[in-house]
Design a protein around this ligand. Structure first.
Ligand code: KG4
Ligand code: ZN
Length: 354
């Protein structure tokens, strides 16, 4: 299998990795989180500028870590959609320049396909078809993985993504950014049954609920109302502290239960016996516990990549690119970036040879 150098700059991590045959030879991730923390969220222009500052050093570091030179690299990959346009442009332009300079094929990669491929890094024996539960800061989807480049969305969020809900709830509780890891840590000290919260089901016009779609914005609003009510009660009693651990645990429990129910129902209905979880929220301890337990009951295999491959990284992008290159899927040097792109359209990124 080909040795791929991949660049990931779709959001707030500048990442470069080299992967061969699903083996990670180097994995450099420079996080911008401290830079964005003071704004309480990602500032796109700041992200693009920081990618420009960091990328060259990250590429050199990836080659040095892998002990390889350009002659050893068979293809250059970059995330080209979806994501922040300015941030994506930095990575894709660098990849195009390197491809031209070193006469290597260019492979543009869909960011969500990368998150799916994180599972292959952990379980190289994994074969489609399987179900991917993709839960990140921007997406919450249940994807039928049929083959490399062949995906069908079976369920998704109608509003906020799961990670976005964690970030917004953390912000409204005054906990800082990014919210997921902070809520996860706090939840360990709280009671998950302290506050019952709505699971965010999506009603169907004909009655009943969509079995696989979610809506997390109602849950976020419920936490906001609850927080305001608790604050008012506390103030009356001359106390301004909030039961943040109980709130975090109850919120996390609700999200984990909702995602687990939908993923299990979807896997069983479609006869898919493996659920591979991807995206930053796959790091969540509540989701891991719930899904693992439910999967055992239903005799399903569940795969959680290690934390470093759950959040944004370039190893997952390189892994996806290697599969595409092997199938003769190469991107034209005229490839552009897109802020939005359905995963079912990934084959639009390639000229197909061979
Ligand atoms: O996949 P990712 O690194 O970037 C996107 O493609 O969006 O995901 C980032 C998201 C953030 O919303 C962050 O709060 C969430 O993943 N996250 C978590 C945890 N670690 C990161 N959410 C819940 N629990 C965690 N432990
Ligand atoms: Zn991501």
């Amino acid at each position: 299998m080909a040795t791929i150098l991949a660049i990931e700059t779709s959001c707030d991590e500048t990442a470069v990795a080299i992967v061969n045959n699903r083996q990670v030879l180097s994995n450099v991730v420079s996080s911008q989180i401290p830079l964005h923390q003071r704004y309480g969220g990602i500032v796109p222009e700041v992200a693009s500028r920081q990618h420009v500052e960091t990328l060259n050093a990250a590429i050199t570091q990836a080659l040095v870590q892998a002990n390889l030179g350009w002659a050893d690299i068979d293809g250059i990959a970059a995330t080209c959609a979806p994501g922040l346009v300015g941030a994506l442009l930095v990575g894709l332009t660098a990849a195009k320049t390197l491809a031209l300079l070193h006469q290597k094929p260019l492979i543009g990669v869909h960011h969500l396909e990368g998150h799916i491929y994180a599972s292959y890094l952990t379980a190289p024996d994994l074969q489609p078809p399987f179900l991917c539960l993709l839960v990140s800061g921007g997406h919450t989807s249940l994807i039928d993985v049929k083959d490399c480049g062949d995906y069908e969305i079976l369920g998704q969020t109608r509003d906020d993504a799961a990670g976005e809900a964690f970030d917004k709830v953390a912000r409204l509780m005054g906990l800082g950014y990014p919210g997921g890891p902070i809520i996860d840590q706090l939840a360990a000290q709280g009671s998950a049954s302290a506050f019952p919260l709505p699971e965010g089901q999506v009603s169907l016009p004909e009655g009943g609920f969509h079995p696989y779609d979610s809506s997390f914005s109602g849950l976020k609003t419920a936490v906001l109302r609850l927080t305001q009510k608790l604050q008012a009660q506390k103030l009356q009693a001359g106390d301004n502290s909030l039961p943040v651990a109980d709130l975090a645990a109850s919120f996390q429990e609700t999200v984990a239960r909702a995602l687990t129910k939908r993923a299990i129902a979807c896997a069983l209905d479609y006869g898919l016996n493996t659920i591979a979880v991807g995206g930053g929220v796959a790091a969540n301890s509540g989701l891991r516990r719930h899904l693992q337990q439910a999967a055992e009951v239903h005799n399903l295999r569940v795969l959680f990549p290690p934390l470093k491959f759950c959040t944004d990284n370039a190893a997952m992008i390189a892994c996806a690119a290697a599969d595409h290159l092997e199938r003769g899927h190469i991107s034209p040097l005229t490839l552009g970036v897109q802020s939005r792109m359905a995963i079912s359209d990934v084959m639009q990124l390639y000229n197909v040879y061979g």
